[in-house]
Ligand binder design. Structure first.
Ligand code: PLP
Length: 393
């Protein structure tokens, strides 16, 4: 029997996300690979009560098929939360999605023709690359710290993609001037501008910079803003949102119809209540304190055990340290495999490069593990580097 072949893109992908999500099941392994929150930050008692009430009091919302666009109460809560002086959003500007990942998938379906051009911050979030890979886009890398000509970068692109707050994987913050320049370039060229913002509240050292959505001052403008409850509350709800011009929301809703039809009502009812009751905001200060201390613990451990082999920048927020090997011969794909042998999981840079060519850096997460486990993870990683280097010599 001859089997029909898999689609071409299957041969061009990787299973890094599957590896770090699965790593949690391996006993004793220190998982520095994912962008995973610490379960101790989840307000389990309050959420249990919200879940009980959602089923008992509003089964017609929690247990039914909600509208494709999302429950009105949650869309209203998001519109209110992201409105600002000079930016008045309504429910029609909001689509509820099943996690930010679905937002990325729908954007690819709605905006990308086969081989379309995407101007993307470099290095780029691996989930976005995964979502769009079936369309075979052509990527035009943008260096958002200092790119002098964003206008040229966006010209002819179907959209631009950026994670301005503590980018995944680089942990970098895009300065306000560059945010403004990107918005202006999108307005001038007519390209859509996707602002992916899961880490927008995770500032450890300063107050948040303005969103590009706010800077645009136009709900019907080019910015497609994406948020999620995953890092602020818990990823298990699989609740995210897209805020954009009404015509874009309608197009995305049509794409969602052919994807999962609707996001789970139970999750949406709980999310609406968690946002409007202030639960999400009340949890934030303790989470920031916990993650700030963990960032410092990871950096301290790296300084001690890895400074001879890597260099990095100190992230002012988010969940990641991006570290580049000093020796260009160190292959971080091989380090992922060697690290697993030593009981530590990392994410290699190849997954964040559309061509899969960059094999010289690693992304390390600091939010999931205690300072002691972070230290142990770094110690194991240093041993893995040593073993690889010794073998190569
Ligand atoms: C930049 C970025 N976008 C989107 C997502 C998707 O998050 P979720 O699907 O959990 O909302 C993530 C998750 O790590 C991310 O880092």
């Amino acid at each position: 029997m001859t089997r029909a072949p898999f689609a071409r893109w299957m041969g061009q992908t990787n299973d890094v996300t599957r590896t770090f999500l699965g790593a949690g099941q391996i006993p004793g392994l220190v998982n520095l690979g994912g962008g995973l929150p610490d379960p101790s930050t989840w307000p389990v008692a309050e959420l249990s009560e919200l879940a009980r009430r959602a089923v008992a009091d509003t089964p017609e919302q929690s247990l039914a098929y909600p509208p494709i666009e999302g429950l009105p109460a949650l869309r209203d809560a998001i519109a209110a939360r992201f409105s600002a002086p000079g930016l008045s959003l309504t429910r029609e500007n909001v689509l509820i999605v099943s996690g930010g990942m679905q937002g990325l998938d729908l954007i690819g379906k709605v905006l990308l023709d086969e081989g379309g051009v995407v101007a993307a911050q470099s290095p780029a979030y691996l989930g976005a690359l995964d979502a769009w890979r079936p369309r075979g886009p052509v990527y035009r890398p943008m260096r958002l710290q200092d790119d002098p000509d964003l206008h040229a970068a966006l010209q002819g692109a179907q959209f631009a993609y950026a994670v301005p707050n503590f980018s995944n994987p680089s942990g970098r913050l895009v300065p306000t001037a560059q945010r403004r320049a990107l918005v202006e370039a999108a307005q001038a060229t007519g390209a859509w501008l996707v602002e992916d913002d899961p880490y927008g509240t995770l500032y450890y050292d300063s107050a948040p910079l303005p969103r590009m959505l706010t800077l645009s001052g136009d709900p019907e403008g080019p910015v497609i803003y994406m948020g999620t409850l995953s890092k602020e509350l818990a990823p298990g709800f699989r609740v995210g949102w897209v805020i954009a011009a009404r015509e874009m929301i309608e197009a995305l809703a049509l794409a969602k119809q052919g994807s999962d039809m609707c996001t789970a009502g139970l999750s949406q009812v709980i999310a609406a209540e968690a946002l409007t009751s202030g639960l999400v905001d009340r949890c934030l200060p303790a989470t920031l304190d916990l993650y700030r201390a963990r960032r410092d613990a990871l950096l301290g451990a790296m300084e001690r055990d890895l400074a001879h082999a890597f260099r990095w920048e100190r992230p002012a927020g988010g969940m990641f340290v991006w570290a580049r090997a000093r020796d260009p011969r160190l292959d971080t794909d091989a380090l992922l495999a060697e690290g697993l042998e030593h009981g530590v999981c990392i994410s290699p840079s190849s997954a964040f490069d559309p061509e899969g060519r960059d094999r010289g850096a690693v992304r390390l997460n600091f939010t999931l593990n205690t300072p002691e486990r972070l230290k142990e993870g770094v110690r194991r990683l240093a041993l893995a580097v040593e073993a690889l280097t010794r073998r190569a010599a």
